[in-house]
Write a protein that binds this ligand. Structure first.
Ligand code: C2E
Ligand code: CA
Ligand code: CA
Length: 703
């Protein structure tokens, strides 16, 4: 079969010239004709397979220049054109080229030259077309970077060409890019991606030889010679740059790095490793760069194993409830317990929640496990009551998934009803971080649970970013302080101060406090000293099986340390600085100021401003009977006088000034005037506002 001929269009007004050209070309080409520019467009439209155009410049209706002008902006613009000019007219030759003709011949032309020139432009244009197609095929249309297929092919080539060099594959994405997209719109999302692509292009110039591309959505990747310093500084640069990108939305990147030790490995697998590392840094707050470690793959496998086994485990009753007793710090006796789940796997033995709870939380299975634990606890309480004992409350953990379950309240009330229990026996531990995420929903849920009679504990208090201030908005019944305040550098003055003030302030809000993770006698002594009510931890007992717990409490009467009080709204407002202005004012006072509680010869600071804290610390108290005073540097004679002033202020409810000498930084005395103002009563205690003023000219700055 004859090879198909290419098609050429002749645009020429002289019929005779068209005939000559047709005769010249038709052995090699299929030929179409047009008498002017307008007809030429009509022909192009009818014959989309035209490969080149021979264009006479001088024509009626639409001349060659006009045709070229329109042609350039048309969909045919990539077709090659040879302009035919009149005899040796350099100006029009030049002009035709400027207007976009690929080449020209002037009349009268040499037939052989014309044929060669035509062949040349067609070859060039086909090459051009192929490169165009290749480009489109390999590149991401939005950013112009390599797309994922092309990236992996080029990466393979790069590794093969440099067998002696160590490369790393670095994957970058933006945390919660989808949220950004839906919040700011796709166009803004695209802008951000182009911004990143531009940054990537620029950074790549420092790490040659390399390949980089956009893998999908917001995932970018670069394969470059491994240089840790360069990768770290690049990631830091991106982190800083993104932090500034949108002042109303915090953008955080995640960089995952896999150092390629075996260049023969599958490149997509290498990418997966980098992606695993990137995922790892998303799970860590404020970390934006992670190197791949083999444990990460192990964790993925482990997680998969858990997901495969979990439903079977529930069906086969492999979950078990352990109980960790809570102790009344006043009596040193157990009072109630926390239920903690364990997984007794037939082959792997007893698994601890740290292993599986995070996985269950991610996939929502925790909802079922929680319910299982709650029901087991109800069964236990029911059995104990039937046995004639009056059990102390047991607390259970309520995970986030369940907090946002709209049936939570009815699930729980139906459960306690089913086992004929009073709701007071079931305490609910809700982790502090949940309060931060969705305070309004939670406030409503907690309110409904409390109306049903459940006691709510704020678990892990102090582990997140909440301030003490949040307590005034969220009406929990008990505070459970996170064990991190005891672990590590537990003796640090700072941890102790925070603990002491948390306990004191919880007391004012009518909330008993339980400390978790208590491990030493020294910690117990300290907790008793600051008035903490309950403790839970290895010092007293580890989580134990139900039968061990029953043995522990058998024959003992369980006595609560405190019963939760009503919230003292009026006092709390005063203590917590309900409005921001009074709060700021309090802290901006240059002189030391504090809110004191006074009763029966003992005064202690409930709330101090920054200046007071610098001068005396936060655990400021005098006690006439125990002789205890903090800070211990106060002159003894002054203490008695100060306490008398407190007493007068409490009794008369009038402002009381008191001149006294307190130790100064050079250990000599400095004379100050203490001003006490009565604010109100709480129970049998008076609340007093105290301010210290200097009476002598300053020798050193501040009091
Ligand atoms: P959590 O609610 O903060 O529970 C306290 C954890 O601290 C328990 O770990 C407990 O065994 C441990 N612990 C107790 N005393 C000490 C101590 O003196 N020192 C130290 N270092 N640790 C102590 P466990 O049982 O491994 O549970 C870990 C976490 O798993 C729990 O933290 C809780 O968040 C979750 N969890 C356990 N059971 C359940 C459950 O049934 N439902 C839900 N949603 N979460 C659960
Ligand atoms: Ca807990
Ligand atoms: Ca806890």
């Amino acid at each position: 079969m004859e090879a198909e001929k290419l098609t050429v269009l002749i645009a020429e007004d002289q019929k005779i010239n068209r005939q000559i050209l047709r005769r010249l070309l038709s052995s090699e080409y299929e030929v179409f004709e047009a008498e002017n520019g307008r007809e030429a467009f009509a022909q192009l439209k009818q014959h989309p397979d035209i490969s080149a155009i021979l264009l006479d410049i001088i024509m009626p209706v639409m001349d060659g220049y006009e045709f070229l002008r329109l042609f350039r902006a048309s969909e045919y613009s990539s077709l090659p054109i040879i302009a035919i000019t009149s005899e040796k007219d350099e100006i029009s030759e030049q002009k035709a080229l400027e207007f976009g003709a690929w080449d020209f011949v002037s009349k009268p032309y040499q037939p052989a030259t014309l044929l060669t020139r035509l062949k040349n432009v067609i070859t060039r244009s086909q090459y051009y077309l192929v490169t165009q197609i290749k480009y489109v095929y390999e590149h991401d249309p939005l950013t112009g970077l390599l797309n994922h297929n092309a990236f992996f092919i080029r990466m393979r080539k790069l590794l093969d060409e440099h067998p002696d060099q160590t490369f790393a594959i670095v994957r970058l994405d933006i945390d919660h890019f989808q949220t950004y997209n839906s919040f700011w719109g796709e166009e803004k999302g695209n802008d951000l991606l182009c911004f990143l692509a531009k940054w990537m292009r620029k950074s790549a110039t420092y790490s040659q030889p390399c390949v980089y591309g956009r893998i999908n959505a917001d995932a970018f990747c670069i394969c470059m010679p491994h240089c840790e310093a360069l990768i770290r500084s690049g990631a830091k640069q991106a982190f800083d740059m993104l932090a500034k990108y949108n002042s109303e939305y915090r953008l955080v990147p995640s960089f995952g790095v896999y150092v390629i030790e075996n260049p023969g490995e599958n490149v997509r697998k290498m990418y997966e490793f980098a992606a695993l590392a990137a995922r790892e840094c998303k799970e860590k707050y404020l970390s934006y760069l992670c190197y791949y470690q083999p444990e990460m793959s192990d964790r993925v496998l482990e997680k998969q194993w858990i997901v495969n086994q979990m439903q079977k485990a529930l069906d086969r009753n492999e979950f078990e409830v352990y109980l960790q007793p809570k102790y009344n710090l006043h009596t040193d006796q157990p009072f109630g317990a926390e239920a903690l789940v364990r997984w007794r796997h037939p082959e792997r033995g007893l698994l601890s929640p740290g292993l599986f709870i995070p996985v269950f939380e991610q996939n929502g299975f925790i909802g079922k496990v929680d319910f299982f634990v709650w029901e087991q606890v109800c069964i236990l309480l029911h059995r104990w009551i039937l046995q004639g004992t009056s059990p102390a409350p047991i607390s259970v953990n309520v995970s986030r998934v369940n907090l946002y379950n709209s049936n939570l309240v009815s699930l729980l009330t139906e459960l306690v009803r089913k086992y004929d229990l009073r709701t007071e026996l079931l305490h609910l531990e809700i982790t502090e971080s949940a309060y931060m995420e969705n305070p309004n929903v939670l406030e409503t849920t907690i309110g409904r649970l409390q109306r049903e009679g459940f006691t709510i504990l704020m678990d892990d208090f102090g582990s997140g970013y909440s301030s003490l201030n949040t307590l005034k908005d969220i009406p929990v019944n008990m505070l459970k302080i996170d064990m991190k305040f005891l672990s590590g550098n537990s003796s640090s003055e700072r941890s102790r101060s925070i603990l002491a003030s948390s306990v004191r302030m919880a007391g004012w809000l009518g909330m008993p406090v339980i400390m978790e993770g208590v491990e030493t006698e020294e910690q117990v002594r300290f907790l008793k000293g600051i008035g903490c009510n309950y403790a839970q931890g290895y010092y007293y007992a580890k989580p134990m099986s139900v039968s061990d717990y029953e043995a522990l409490i058998s024959g003992r009467q369980q006595i609560p340390a405190v019963t939760p009080l009503e919230r003292l709204e009026d006092i709390s407002g005063l203590l917590w600085g309900n409005d921001l202005r009074s709060e700021l004012l309090f802290h901006s006072l240059a002189e030391p100021a504090a809110v004191f509680e006074y009763s029966d010869g003992a005064a202690r600071a409930l709330r101090v401003n920054a200046s007071f804290n610098r001068r005396f610390g936060v655990s400021f108290c005098f006690d006439r009977y125990s002789g205890k005073s903090e800070p211990s540097g106060l002159f003894a004679a002054e203490q008695e006088r100060i306490l008398r002033a407190f007493q007068t202020a409490a009794e008369t409810r009038e402002p009381v000034p008191c001149l006294c000498t307190i130790p100064s930084s050079d250990k000599t005395g400095v004379s100050v005037r203490l001003m006490l103002r009565y604010w109100g009563m709480n129970g049998t205690s008076a609340i007093l506002f105290a301010q210290f003023f200097r009476t002598e000219p300053a020798r050193t700055a501040g009091i």
